[in-house]
Each structure stands twice: as C-alpha cells, then as structure tokens.
Design a protein around this ligand. Structure first.
Ligand SMILES: Nc1ncnc2c1ncn2[C@@H]1O[C@H](COP(=O)(O)OP(=O)(O)OP(=O)(O)O)[C@@H](O)[C@H]1O
Ligand SMILES: [Mg+2]
Length: 310
C-alpha cells in the first residue's frame, strides 16, 4: 500500500468562463470541485492505476470535511484525517476557455497548534502499518510545523517504508536532512534549494549530485514536457515523454510521483518504473482533471517513452 501525506490539502475548485473581465460580476455555467493539495492527487493517480493507497490529510472545518468526503466518495481513496481547529483552505481557479488561461486564488492554510502537531505525528505512526511506500507531498499549512517532514521521514524509515519527498521551500530543505529515499523537485524547486540556475545539462547533473550528497538515493529532476533526469547514484537516465496534446499539466508531477511510488512498491526495474511514471505524467497533462487518467492510456504512452543514458 502507498500512504500519501498531505499536510495542507484544499478544496480545489475550478470555475469555467469564456473570458475574465476584471472588476465585473461573472457567472459561470460550470465548475468542478476536487480534493487538492498534492498527496491527494498522488492517491487519486495511484488508485486510477489500480493500486492500493491511503491518504493522510490534515483537515479542519467544513472545507476539511468536504475534502475527506470527496476523497472517499468521488475517488474511492481511504482517508486518514487529522482534525485541526482551524479551517482547510479553498483554492479557486478561474479557467478562461476561450484563451485557455488559468488564474488561481490561494487562501491561507490552517494554523496548527503544538498539540495538533503531536496528534499529526501520532496518527502518522499508526497509519504506517502496512505502508510499503510513503510519499510526503506539498507544503505545510503553518510555518510553525515546517520541520515535521524530517521527523515523519525518520519514523517511516524506522518502520521499513520507502520514503518519497515532493515539496519546496523550507519543507523540502528541512525534509532532506532526514535523507528521504527519493526526491522529485522540478527545476524551480531544485534551483531554490541549490542556489544556482539550472539552465544547462551540466548544472542539472550537478544539482542531482547535490541531492545524492545529502543521502537521497533516487533523484528525479522533472522538466515538464521535456521529461525528467533520473539518477539512482549509479545509472543516470534522461526520459522523454511522447508528444501529446497538452490540456492541463498541473498535477503531472504528482502523477509522476504516483508512478515512481508504484515502481518502488513493486520493486520494478528502474527502466520500467521510469516508463510508467513518465507516462502517468503525460497522461495527466492530457485532460483538465488532475490524476483522472485512464490506465490503458498510461500503458500505451509508456511504450512510447524514450529513455537514454546521460
Ligand atoms: N506537456 C507535457 N507533455 C508530456 N509530458 C508531460 C507534460 N507536462 C508534464 N509532463 C510529464 O510529467 C512530469 C512532471 O511534470 P512537471 O515537471 O511539470 O512536474 P511539476 O512541476 O512537479 O508539476 P505539479 O507540481 O503541478 O504536479 C514530467 O517529468 C513529464 O514527464
Ligand atoms: Mg510538483
């Protein structure tokens, strides 16, 4: 089973309109609403790929209850909620269908008290039972708990689980101190951490080595539609997805993480894991809905992923 951890989930609402007129009242004929916040996307993708997953989410108030209900009823994902007194955020995206432009509004996440942080840690340790792979996804809602990933990664490793960290900013930097098995930064996230621009292949490979030097065994530097650089410390691969009709690449990194989590759980070869993960990322980008791709599509795309040594 793959346990995903989302400390800062959200009600992820998309309102579809023709064209945004700033300063006016706009009516929308259609909207979608899904549980968001990265780990939830990973769980949805894992479920769509036919594997078992459980989603630990830190949630509060009615929006928090909505996140849990959507995950369980819409996505069929078993949820482990950690309830906090403050309210889960809603992210509202306005999608202008005429010009295909997105504008998103992020509310702040809930505050987390020291007692709630302890409850988070305890609930996590209990949820580890049966988890082969644990993914830590996204940011934390309150800077006061920015160091929590490092503690949870150590608990998971002590329990014999494989750990995957996909975050950015202080959460990523502090989480790496606990040497997660795998990290999946995109270029911007890696640049923020290593402190130099990653415009060239040479600098990208240096950044990969930077992660290895921190004790990360499997480094996946994702490059959007150009694919990814994957390194297990011995083999360095460049993986290029097939050309697809891009509709919405948001959440492709989460789909990529889902593919890697499955490969690690099932001890697939590095090549097969990369094929599955890159195909999942591409499949996600082909529709608006995050993590809602078809398993057969992923299988077809995986045969078209190009892998070479770098
Ligand atoms: N337009 C695209 N066409 C084909 N594959 C894509 C496309 N966009 C993304 N991918 C695949 O998905 C993977 C992850 O995408 P990306 O690097 O954008 O992740 P990300 O920035 O972490 O995204 P997010 O955080 O929104 O999930 C890429 O490595 C690539 O294989
Ligand atoms: Mg990402």
């Amino acid at each position: 089973m793959i346990l995903t951890v989302t400390p800062n989930p959200c009600v992820d609402k998309t309102v579809f309109i023709d064209e945004l007129r700033v300063g006016s009242f706009m009516r929308s004929p259609r909207y979608t609403c899904i549980p968001g916040g990265k780990g939830t996307n990973v769980s949805r993708a894992v479920k769509n790929l036919g594997r078992d997953t459980r989603a630990l989410v830190v949630v509060g108030g009615h929006p928090g209850a909505h996140v849990v209900e959507m995950l369980e009823r819409q996505d069929g994902v078993e949820c482990v909620p950690v309830w906090v007194g403050d309210q889960t955020r809603t992210i509202t995206t306005v999608l202008e269908e005429k010009i295909h432009r997105q504008t998103a509004f992020f509310e702040p996440g809930p505050r987390v008290t020291p007692e709630e942080e302890r409850k988070f840690e305890e609930t996590f340790c209990a949820a580890l039972v049966g988890a082969r792979v644990v993914t830590f996804n996204g940011t934390v809602p309150d800077p006061a708990i920015k160091g929590i990933y490092a503690r949870l990664i150590r608990h998971a490793a002590d329990a014999g689980a494989i750990t995957v960290l996909d975050s950015h900013g202080p959460e990523l930097g502090l989480g790496i101190d606990a040497a997660p098995f795998m990290c999946k930064p995109n270029i911007a996230e890696a640049e923020e951490l290593v402190g130099y621009a990653l415009g060239t292949d040479k600098s990208r490979l240096e950044a990969v080595d930077w992660f290895h030097a921190k004790g990360v065994k499997l480094v996946v530097l994702s490059l959007g539609k150009s694919g990814a650089i994957v390194s297990d410390g011995q083999t360095r691969l460049r993986a290029v997805p097939p050309e697809i009709q891009e509709v919405n690449p948001v959440g492709s990194g989460d789909a990529l993480v889902a593919g890697f989590a499955i490969g690690l759980m099932e001890a697939m070869s590095l090549h097969d894991t990369v094929r599955l993960a890159i195909a999942a990322g591409a499949a996600n980008a082909m529709s608006w809905d995050i993590g809602h791709f078809d398993r057969t599509l992923v299988e077809n795309l995986s045969a078209q992923v190009q892998i070479s040594l770098c």
